[in-house]
Ligand binder design. Structure first.
Ligand code: GLP
Length: 243
């Protein structure tokens, strides 16, 4: 595991460099993406879009996969991860629509949707680079702390601590926040060829330290990074202060 600490303004460029390097060796690379505030606060998607427009990055032969979506939200809902990805990346770049998979929040059979996600990843040849954030309870994707975790994509309850965090995004109403999500399994993340975790800000400092230096446990799903053969952790000084 490599840990990089840098100013927040440098993170977008640093992560875009990792995408660029992956693409240089594999024009049909498979990229795993993430949502949340972190990619926006660090300008990761802004930088990918900028470089694509400059012709430095060509995503037309790539595949993309998003690890999670909240159940009950249509893609038209502004808080859906589908809408987020459209707005911050996919409406801005040239790519092949058939090569992007994100769980359908309205799937009639969520279990079948999980199987579809795993099949998409398998058929694409596995994920070359997966970007993740970390929740304040140590989740990655929507893999919430639990005594044991499924290896492959699954339907999860969303932890109450996170639902409370998202309530302001849903008009301040906790009832309006989805209670379940589809997410990658622990094994889906473990099998990615390169795993890139980005975290910024003081409120992530404690969980970052537990994730990177504490005992490996499904009760802190992000501790999986310690076992990953090629994990890169990108932090600003505030998030790194407890290491
Ligand atoms: C969200 C997403 C995660 C994200 C995490 C951290 O709920 N499911 O994929 O990485 O929580 O979000 P943020 O970057 O806003 O702190």
């Amino acid at each position: 595991m490599k840990i990089h600490v840098m100013a927040r303004e440098e993170i977008g460029g640093f992560v875009a460099d990792l995408f660029e390097r992956t693409l240089a060796s594999k024009a049909d690379a498979v990229f795993g993406l993430t949502t949340g505030n972190t990619p926006l606060e660090t300008g990761v998607y802004r930088e990918l879009v900028r470089r694509e427009r400059e012709g430095r990055l060509d995503f037309r032969r790539c595949s993309f996969v998003n690890p999670d979506e909240q159940l009950g939200l249509p893609g038209t809902h502004p808080e859906s991860y589908y809408a987020y990805m459209r707005k911050h990346l996919f409406d801005e770049i040239r790519f092949d629509e058939r090569r992007w998979a994100i769980p359908d929040g309205l799937a009639a059979e969520p279990e079948a949707e999980c199987a579809r996600m795993e099949a998409f990843i398998r058929e694409a040849g596995g994920i070359d680079l997966q970007l993740v954030g970390i929740g304040i309870n140590g989740h990655v994707c929507f893999i919430e702390p639990a005594p044991a975790l499924p290896a492959t994509c699954f339907v999860t309850g969303i932890a109450e601590v996170n639902r409370a965090l998202y309530a302001p995004l849903f008009g301040g109403s906790l009832e309006a926040v989805p209670t379940q999500a589809i997410t990658f399994g622990w094994g889906t993340v473990a099998k990615t060829r390169k795993l890139v975790l980005v975290a910024v800000g003081e409120r992530k400092a404690e969980i970052v330290a537990r994730a990177l230096t504490g005992p490996v446990t499904t009760e802190v799903p992000a501790t999986l990074l310690q076992l990953h053969p090629d994990a890169e952790v990108v932090l600003d000084p505030a998030a790194a202060q407890r290491l």
